[in-house]
Design a protein around this ligand. Structure first.
Ligand code: DGL
Length: 361
């Protein structure tokens, strides 16, 4: 009889435990944080001034990535971050070689299952160029966010820490997947293709002009209102995995009384492509046009762009591009047209194919 009692009590105890446990609200598991790799390249975000009010005349690229991360402990609330010092330069010194090194590192990291997104800290002077280059060669849908700052790290109301926090939050967010390379400063989200630095020093310097930014970051959340209509990242035809160098492409700047000296100097120095940053809708002066035609006849690829900064560069508008066998840059500014032309020339020298690329990316 005794042996029956314990069995009865035991099954009652099991029943009691099951009832209790089913009613106890289990603590919701903390959400798993995304793994975000921060690749630091230098710039003002890593700069220091000789006083807290020195917002110009400071030294860029002096603070290492570990200190940038330590300065924003809140990062740990939005992602599991790692830091890597890829370069430590002012971004006016960014080169084709830096771009190839950075892009290859980004692609290696994004292929790893333990990396969910990447943030690149960068000087603002050429930030838009690096971002657009990456937009054309990164082979992943995972978020890549390029971030900088307009004030050095030790300035009053430095913008770097909040820009970095927002960039990491964006790189960790599912909403940013598949959107192409993004640029985030000043609580805004921009597409790499359309954003430019528009002011030498103010906090709202980065703008996307007529084509508009993609959204905002507010209250620890990204809000997207647009997506880029042009191909990027995994949808591009460009692959730099085995590329050791990019072809030399230079930009000639248009202005009243411009002559062919600069153009001829670039061609003489081996330029394989020229972007003409013309006045207005890419107009060619009578002094420069013959030199451009001669360069084209020598096999140099010519892209007509504009110094204006907004609007479509119309094919066969200010010049007969069909007859001259020139390419037009669509809405890309000269510095971004140079990037697309360099990558296009790794695939073809056919100007009609290259024109297709300018209407695709
Ligand atoms: N020397 C500039 C650069 O590294 C400073 C500007 C900045 O980073 O905001 O791009």
């Amino acid at each position: 009889m005794l042996h029956k009692k314990p069995a009865r009590y035991f099954s009652a105890l099991i029943g009691f435990v099951l009832v209790v446990s089913s009613n106890v609200q289990a603590e919701p598991a903390a959400p798993k944080l995304a793994n975000v790799a921060i690749l630091a390249t230098g710039g003002t975000i890593a700069g220091t001034g000789n006083s807290s009010t020195a917002t110009v005349g400071y030294t860029a690229a002096t603070v290492g990535v570990d200190r940038l991360i330590q300065a924003v402990p809140e990062l740990a609330k939005v992602a599991k971050v790692t830091g890597e010092q890829v370069f430590q330069i002012a971004s006016e010194n960014m080169s084709n070689e830096h771009w190839l090194t950075l892009a290859k590192r980004v692609n290696v990291l994004l292929a790893q299952s333990n990396v969910d997104g990447i943030v690149i800290t960068h000087g603002t002077d050429t930030l838009e160029e690096t971002a657009y280059f990456l937009d054309l060669v990164v082979k992943s849908r995972k978020p890549v966010v390029v971030v900088g700052a307009m004030r050095p790290s030790n300035a009053l109301s430095a913008d770097g820490p909040m820009n970095l926090y927002n960039a990491v939050l964006l790189a960790a967010s599912p909403e940013a997947v598949g959107k192409g390379v993004l640029v985030s400063l000043n609580d805004q989200i921009h597409a790499a293709r359309d954003v430019s630095k528009t002011n030498t020093s103010t906090l709202d310097s980065f703008k996307s002009g007529d084509l508009g930014m993609l959204g905002y970051i507010q209250g620890n959340k990204p809000f997207f209102y647009h997506v880029s209509s042009r191909k990027h990242t995994v949808d591009t035809e460009f692959d730099i995995a085995n590329l050791q160098a990019l072809p030399q492409v230079d930009i000639v700047y248009g202005y009243a009384n411009m002559g062919p000296v600069a153009l001829n100097a670039f061609v003489g120095a081996g330029a394989k492509g020229i972007v003409h940053a013309g006045v207005g809708d890419g107009s060619l002066s009578n002094k420069v046009k013959p030199a451009l035609i001669a360069a084209r006849k020598d096999g140099v690829l010519i892209v007509r762009s504009s110094r204006v900064g907004q609007g479509i560069l119309a094919r066969n508008g200010e010049a007969n591009d069909d007859e001259l066998d020139f390419v037009v840059s669509d809405t890309l500014n000269p510095q971004k047209a140079r990037i697309l032309l360099m990558l296009a020339m790794t695939k073809t020298s056919d100007s009609k194919e290259i024109q297709r690329m300018f209407y695709t990316y």
